[in-house]
Ligand binder design. Structure first.
Ligand SMILES: Nc1ncnc2c1ncn2[C@@H]1O[C@H](COP(=O)(O)OP(=O)(O)OP(=O)(O)O)[C@@H](O)[C@H]1O
Ligand SMILES: [Mg+2]
Length: 423
């Protein structure tokens, strides 16, 4: 069940609505503003991005600097859009996001399941174990079961005694959320919702078949590599490791004793994730730290550069594989892996990933969106673009929206008619 056709999604915002996403990454802060078109497409009308300062490996480490970066990115996007925004969907780094699957059981009140049973069951299952240090950011109904019959997609009207609902709840560290709230509030913006970064990236670059048939998305950013696993159309797992492209750059800077800016340049121009026999023959110019103005240039074989990059990326993929192994999803999710994020652009990455993960890999950029300039349509902008999709279509997965189901008539009645129409 997907939301490609928004006419069938009661949570989709109507045409003409303005949505805004703020991706606070380790290397850049990026704000996208879009208008939903008459055909329910996202049309980007404002883009702002700015160097991320005060943010390290997905953590705000200097509030003042982070606030300035956010302020600049939002202001640039507003200028381009020609209008101001008052709320944004904000990413939560995968480092802080954790998956919990809970199943609740409720007794069916009448002879068949009615909306109130579904509501009770949803409320109960969202009470997954959330310790004082964590808050729920997503609650995604994954499946229903009636008595002993599993795999029910729409429980409404089913005959039985006991309804079980399985929810995938994503929690995030309260402290990290508090820091994000402060940073955004000090920029006079409200937070419409939080969205786990790899989930947002997946929403922007996976095709419907990948989501339906099962797929793993890996967002390779500057300070983090994060994972989102989809099964039968639902997000079932998120995770992350605090290693990304900036670690590759620092390895190069250390290994070749070159300044960071040169290491970054060498990586993007000549870097490769996999050794090739030609690397021995090719030479690259490597300015030495403290000797950048030296008259005689310093040359090294390209193989030295690849020899630094490859082990770091092998280790990264091995860590990802270990997380997927531990999640229990590695064998059930199918062979498709989609790589995105700025660091996914390194030459040879698909080959290396295929060797280590033993999956079929493609590199992806945002799709299902218009108005992105060439410079902002690459893999580094998947998360920002996905935040717009989340805001436009998936507000029903925000726990705060599920909470008001206590008062009859809003979410549940919408949920009821939606279930009837779509499942
Ligand atoms: N052509 C390229 N080849 C290899 N790496 C690249 C290339 N272009 C950008 N990168 C790397 O991509 C990384 C930035 O990616 P991205 O913008 O997705 O990160 P981020 O969202 O700011 O960080 P994070 O998601 O980890 O918080 C940097 O480490 C940069 O070196
Ligand atoms: Mg990112």
């Amino acid at each position: 069940m997907q939301f490609s056709n928004n006419r069938n999604n009661p949570f989709a915002k109507p045409p003409g609505s303005i949505v805004a996403g703020l991706d606070i990454g380790s290397s850049k802060v990026c704000c996208f503003i879009a208008r939903i078109s008459n055909t329910n497409r996202l049309n980007v009308i404002g883009i702002g991005h700015y160097e991320a300062r005060g943010i390290k490996n997905g953590n705000i480490v200097d509030m003042e600097l982070a606030e300035i970066s956010v302020g600049h990115a939002v202001q640039l996007a507003e200028q381009m859009a020609g209008q101001t925004i008052d709320s944004v969907v904000v990413n939560v780094s995968g480092i802080h996001a954790h998956s919990h699957t809970t199943t609740s059981k409720v007794s069916v009140t009448g002879s068949e399941v009615n909306e109130s049973d579904v509501r009770k069951s949803l409320i109960q299952s969202r009470e997954c174990e959330v310790s004082g240090q964590n808050e729920l950011i997503h609650t995604i109904p994954v499946s229903y079961a009636m008595d002993n019959i599993k795999g029910i997609s729409n429980p409404l009207g089913m005959i039985g005694k006991q309804l079980s609902t399985t929810i995938h709840g994503v929690t995030a560290a309260s402290n990290a959320l508090k820091n994000l709230r402060t940073c955004i509030a000090n920029n006079h913006l409200e937070i419409e919702a939080f969205c786990a970064a790899p989930y947002a990236s997946a929403l922007s670059c996976l095709v419907e078949d990948e989501i339906d048939l099962g797929c793993t998305l890996i967002d390779m950013g500057a300070g983090t590599t994060s994972i989102a696993v989809f099964l039968e159309g639902k997000l079932v797992y998120v995770d992350a490791i605090a290693v990304g492209g900036s670690h590759v750059t620092s390895d190069i800077a250390r290994g070749l004793t070159t300044p960071l800016n040169h290491a970054e340049r060498l990586k993007t121009l000549y870097g490769s994730a996999i050794q090739s026999p030609r690397d021995e023959m090719e030479t690259i110019e490597v300015p030495q730290t403290g000797e950048e103005d030296r008259f005689a240039p310093n040359y090294m074989p390209r193989s030295l550069l690849t020899g630094i990059i490859q082990p770091r990326l092998e280790e990264t993929f091995e860590m990802v594989r270990a997380r997927l192994d531990a999640s229990g999803y590695i064998n059930v999710v199918g062979r498709r892996v989609v790589l995105t994020g700025g660091a996914s652009q390194l030459q040879g990455l698909t080959e290396l990933g295929t060797l280590i993960l033993n999956k079929q890999i493609r590199i992806a950029s945002p799709i299902k969106i218009s108005g992105l300039a060439e410079a902002t349509s690459g893999p580094a902008f998947s998360c920002a673009s996905g935040l717009l999709h989340y805001s436009a279509n998936r507000m029903n997965e925000v726990p705060n929206i599920i909470i008001p189901v206590m008062t009859p008539g809003n979410f549940v009645s919408r949920l009821g008619s939606w279930l009837k129409e779509n499942w």
